[in-house]
Design a protein around this ligand. Structure first.
Ligand SMILES: C[S@@+](CC[C@H](N)C(=O)[O-])C[C@H]1O[C@@H](n2cnc3c(N)ncnc32)[C@H](O)[C@@H]1O
Ligand code: SF4
Length: 490
C-alpha cells in the first residue's frame, strides 16, 4: 500500500479537524491550552502526595508485577525534556548509582521473590548511556533476583548510541540479558529541528542505528516522534513520518509536545523565539499521522501508540493503563514512580538525595498516597479511557456499582461534547476525546485531590527550583488555586 501524498494527508486532516469544535470545548472547560495540557501519568499527582511509610508498599503485592528502572544519565540536555537526569556524569558516579540500585532492590527480595514479572522497562534519562561493562553489571544484579525470560523487557535508546564504537557489543549484551523491545527517541528527521532541540545527534545516526538493530535481529522496535515542535511545519511533520515509514518502522509512539514551565522549550514558546504550531495546527498534525498510519495498516493502541496490524502493542503500556488495581508497578532508582498495595508513590527525584538515603540504609520513597475507593475508581476510569476503554460490566463487577451511578454527570458532559462514546458495553474516547485526553482525565479528579494539589502548590516558594514543581507533570497543578480549579473543571 502506498503512503498518502502530502496534499492528500493534509486535505484529510483539515477536513477531520472541523469535527473538533475548539470554541465549544473551551467554553465547557474540556480543552486545555497547550501550556496547561499534560498527560496524567499518575493519579493522584505528585502535588497531592504526602509522606508515606515505605513498609506499607510491600503489604499486598499482586501476583504479577511490572518493573521500572530509571537511568538518569544523558549526553546532553534536550530543550523539551524534564525527566530526571544528570548530564555527562563520571563513570564513578554511574557505578555508585548502580550499587545503590542493587541495594534498593535487595530490600524487596523477600516480598517480590517468586512473582511473575510481566514487563520490565528501562527508561530515563538515557539507559543506552551505560557502557557495555555497566550494562553487564546492571543485568547481572537484576538476573540474580528476577526471571525476565517470559517478560516483555523494554529498553530506551538514544540515536547517539550509533556513534559508539562498541554499539553492537552493547546491543548484544542487551539481547543476551533478555531485552526484547527497544524504544528509540527520534522526535523528528528535520536537522534544523534536531539542532534547536539540542538533541545531540544527526539524522544519519538514526538511520545507522535502525540498520544495526535490524542486522542484529531486533524485531520489536518502537520509535518516539513528536509534533508541535519549534519551527516544525506541517510539511516537515509529514516528511519525518514518511521518512521513518520508508525505513520500514512498524511501531511508533506519536507524542504531542507537552510543555513544563521549567523547560527551555516553554521559554522559547513564551518569548516567541521560534514558531510553534497553534491548537488547530496541532490537531491537523494529529490527523495527518492518523490518516497516514491507518492507510498503511497501523492500529492505534494506548493513547499515543501505533503499531502495524501484525505486531502486538506494548504490553507495558497496556498494563499501566488498563490496570484495574491488580497490577503493581515496582520502580527502582531515582524519580521512579510506582503503584503498589493501592498506593501511588514516587521515589526521591534528586539524585544526591536518592544516593544519600539508599547508602544510609533507607528506602528512597519520597512521597505517596493511599488511594481511597473513590479515587481508585477515578484512576481506573481515567487510565482505561486512554487505553482499551472501560468495560462497563467489569467496572460494576470490580466496584459493585455502575459507572453511570458514580460518574453520571461527567459522562453526560463528555458525551454531549462528543469526547466519549459507548459501543457494545465499552466506554471509550472518540478522536476528539483522544486529542483532549488531558482535560478528560482532569474531569475525573476528585475535589479532595484538587484541593491537596492547590494547597501544596500554594506552599512552593520558588517555582524555578522546587522539586515538586519540577517533577509534577499533571495538568491539575497548572492552576493556581482550588477555587480556580473548581470554576474551571466543575
Ligand atoms: C526518556 S525520553 C527518550 C529516551 C532517550 N533519552 C532519547 O532522548 O532518545 C522518552 C520520550 O518521551 C518523549 N518526551 C519527552 N519529553 C516530552 C515532552 N515534553 N513532550 C512530549 N513528549 C516528550 C520523547 O519522545 C522521548 O523520546
Ligand atoms: S530526551 Fe532523552 S536524551 Fe534528551 S534530555 Fe531527555 S532523556 Fe536525555
Amino acid at each position: 500500500m502506498r503512503a498518502p501524498s502530502y496534499s492528500e494527508a493534509l486535505e484529510f486532516a483539515i477536513d477531520r479537524s472541523y469535527d473538533i469544535n475548539l470554541d465549544m470545548l473551551r467554553s465547557r472547560n474540556l480543552h486545555l491550552d497547550m501550556h496547561n495540557d499534560y498527560l496524567v501519568g499518575t493519579y493522584p499527582p505528585l502535588k497531592a502526595m504526602g509522606d508515606l511509610n515505605a513498609e506499607k508498599l510491600l503489604l499486598q503485592v499482586s501476583s504479577s508485577i511490572d518493573l521500572y528502572f530509571h537511568m538518569p544519565f544523558c549526553d546532553q540536555y534536550c530543550t523539551f525534556c524534564h525527566f530526571a537526569k544528570e548530564i555527562n556524569p563520571s563513570s564513578g558516579r554511574v557505578e555508585r548509582y548502580l550499587a545503590a540500585l542493587d541495594k534498593e532492590m535487595s530490600w524487596s527480595d523477600a516480598a517480590l521473590g517468586g512473582r511473575a514479572v510481566e514487563t520490565a522497562f528501562f527508561g530515563g534519562g538515557t539507559p543506552s548511556f551505560l557502557t557495555n561493562r555497566q550494562l553487564e553489571t546492571l543485568f547481572g544484579m537484576i538476573s540474580r533476583r528476577f526471571d525476565l525470560s517470559k517478560s516483555e523487557v523494554s529498553f530506551e535508546l538514544h540515536p547517539s548510541l550509533a556513534k559508539q564504537v562498541d554499539a553492537a557489543d552493547r546491543i548484544s549484551t542487551l539481547l543476551r540479558a533478555g531485552v526484547n523491545r527497544f524504544v528509540l527517541g527520534v522526535q523528528s528527521l528535520d536537522p534544523s529541528i534536531l539542532r534547536i532541540l539540542n538533541r545531540g545527534h544527526h539524522v544519519d545516526e538514526v538511520v545507522q542505528l535502525v540498520k544495526l538493530l535490524n542486522e542484529m535481529g531486533v524485531q520489536n522496535l518502537s520509535l518516539d516522534l513528536m509534533y508541535g515542535l519549534p519551527q516544525q511545519t506541517l510539511r516537515s511533520w509529514y516528511d519525518s513520518l514518511i521518512g521513518l515509514l520508508d525505513m520500514g518502522i512498524e511501531k511508533f509512539n506519536v507524542f504531542p509536545l507537552m510543555f513544563k514551565s521549567t523547560d527551555p522549550v516553554a521559554r522559547h514558546l513564551a518569548s516567541g523565539r521560534y514558531q510553534f504550531a497553534g491548537a488547530k495546527e496541532r490537531i491537523i498534525m494529529h490527523f495527518m499521522a492518523e490518516h497516514i498510519l491507518t492507510k498503511l495498516g497501523y492500529r492505534h493502541g494506548p493513547i499515543f501508540y501505533w503499531s502495524k496490524q501484525s505486531q502486538p502493542h506494548s504490553i507495558q503500556q497496556s498494563r499501566k493503563y488498563d490496570s484495574w488495581n491488580d497490577n503493581n508497578l515496582v520502580p527502582f532508582g531515582v524519580a521512579g514512580f510506582g503503584y503498589m498495595s493501592q498506593c501511588q508513590f514516587y521515589n526521591e527525584a534528586d539524585l544526591d538525595r536518592y544516593l544519600y538515603r539508599v547508602e544510609a540504609g533507607e528506602k528512597p520513597v519520597w512521597k505517596g498516597v493511599v488511594l481511597s475507593q473513590d479515587d481508585l475508581m477515578r484512576r481506573t476510569v481515567m487510565f482505561a479511557l486512554r487505553s482499551s476503554g472501560v468495560l462497563l460490566s467489569r467496572f460494576e463487577r470490580e466496584f459493585g456499582v455502575s459507572i453511570e451511578k458514580c460518574f453520571g454527570r461527567e459522562l453526560e458532559l463528555l458525551n454531549a461534547a462528543g469526547l466519549i462514546c459507548i459501543s457494545n458495553g465499552l466506554l471509550s474516547l472518540t478522536a476528539a476525546g483522544t486529542i483532549n485526553s488531558g482535560a478528560v482525565s482532569l474531569l475525573f479528579f476528585s475535589n479532595n485531590i484538587l484541593e491537596r494539589v492547590a494547597y501544596n502548590d500554594s506552599r512552593i516558594r520558588d517555582k524555578r527550583t522546587d522539586l515538586l514543581e519540577k517533577h509534577d507533570y499533571s495538568p491539575a497543578a497548572r492552576y493556581g488555586s482550588s477555587a480556580e480549579m473548581q470554576v474551571a473543571f466543575r
